[in-house]
Write a protein that binds this ligand. Sequence first.
Ligand SMILES: [Zn+2]
Length: 625
Amino acid sequence: MINAMPVEGIVPDSAAETPADLVIRNGRVHTQDPARPAAAALAVREGRIVAVGDDQDMAPFVGTRTRVVDALNRRIIPGLNDSHLHVIRGGLNYLLELRWDGVPSLRMALWMLREQAGRTPQGQWVRVVGGWTGEQFAERRLPTVSELNAAAPDTPVFVLHLYQSAILNRAAVRAIGFTKDSVAPPGGQIVRNHAGEPTGVLLAAPAATLLYAALAKGPKLAEDDQLGSTRHFLYELNRFGLTSAIDAGGGFQNFPENYGAVMRLAEQGLLTMRIAYHLFPQTPGQELDDLRRWIGSVRPGDGDEWLRLNGAGENLAWSPADFENFTEPRPLRPDKADRELEAAVRLLVENDWGFRLHATYEETISANLDVFEKVSPKLGVPWFFDHAETVSEASLDRIAAMGGNLSIQNRMMFQGSAFRDRYGAARAAGAPPVRQMLDRGLITAAGTDATRVSSYNPWLSLEWLVTGRTIGGTELMDPQCRVDRETALRMYTAAGAGLTGEAGVKGVLKAGCYADLAVLSDDFFSVPEDGISHIESLLTVVGGRIVYAAGEFEGLAPPQPAIQPSWSPVAFFGGYHRTAPGVRQAQAVMEAAAESEEHRQWRAVRGFARGRTTEDEIFDSCFVL
Ligand SMILES: [Zn+2]
């Protein structure tokens, strides 16, 4: 009789009164529950954990319809929570974007671009929008306009590099309509040749408005495709064990117009991540109008555990926003910033709306705190600063006194070299001062600020928290500022739950909490430090549902819808570059072979080596060794 068959060593009990939907056993569970920090198994019913313990403790929960998964002794962690991700906007565009995230060489990046340009239909663009920097490439540099022109002679190509620059090929300059007479908005620069024509390079000097406005000129996905794009993006995030994010709004992300896809997915029960979102006023000078409109129509807390409004931000007004372009001097705070911020914060506090606020530099933070104190000595609503790379200890004390918290990201991993060149190694060593934040008991939640600057891969950020190294391997952060792996993981799980009022149910694996977890490819607690960024999830569970499964678990997750449009770069290259060791090795060999062939040709041209088909060439000393 099938009911009596043992399932993974546990005999299903047809008399089990309240069987679990899912039991995961034979794992190394890091629960983050001080009452039981380690376990081997857990049981899930109706989206929540009902038991955590050893394998044998699960027996009463295994009924005939319980799915039992053997975790194969792998590490299991609470699902990751990126506390600063532009996930809603990123989802709308994901299937339109070629991702260079994690790509090891510029040669490969340009090859991808060439391939993609070849299949991109007329009228569409190839766009690479953040998540990479030249430091990650073996060549340690950015592509040039002429390389983009060679890779894509006719298809518009837009490559966004961090918060610093965009590189456009000739076809993109034409498609956008940049000419000799084009004028850059304040804070932006169109680089020109000796004849005054735009070269294709756009600079944030220091504001990226010009870059983003140019990007916004490109075609968008049709509404139905935006839905599919969002699903595929969430699935891509599930691939790394993310189960929650706190959305930071963003430019061109207006409410409610640009929230249709995520709202529809929530209604249909198709979200595979929990999203708490913030509303971001779009138009300089009209911020209060936006805030008043929202206060009149929605309330923080609206929604449910899958999609919930969490307040305003990360901009409340445009004028106090500073820009994290470390290749440029710190932007000066306009005179009107205090007045505009005060009006916005006063309106929010009076209406009991919490908020988050973008602030990179200490100068911005202390000025913002002065404004907050004018509104009320204790704001009395939940609020936190985002970024805070150069916040002082005095400001941290004031944040603590005013009931605020912090959300930090690994922007220094991508931009830290530029920061060090401008401000020096000593200041880079303490940016951001993570230890001082934690020592004050402030909630210090981690994240990425993806997708337009950093990559969304949370393991890069976790590696940075532990090692303090840039993506190019430069050690920037002082050992005093770095954190141990347990702390880093709490910052990436429970801390984010603290910023959305979900500390009791999320970020901990214990009975009563959401069944959000990831089974990892490598053990975060024992993998070598430089291996942290190569970790992926093999099994991601959100609300008790298996949403992502790979490796030994492949097939356990429901299939994804087909990628539309079919020419999407994601259909060919996926998202974050796959770094399975075998693939990495093959790539390295391939690239080395290509380099050596180039070198051989160079020598042949100069008469150092003979032609490629003669046997004699093996005597070329460059190739014998
Ligand atoms: Zn920001």
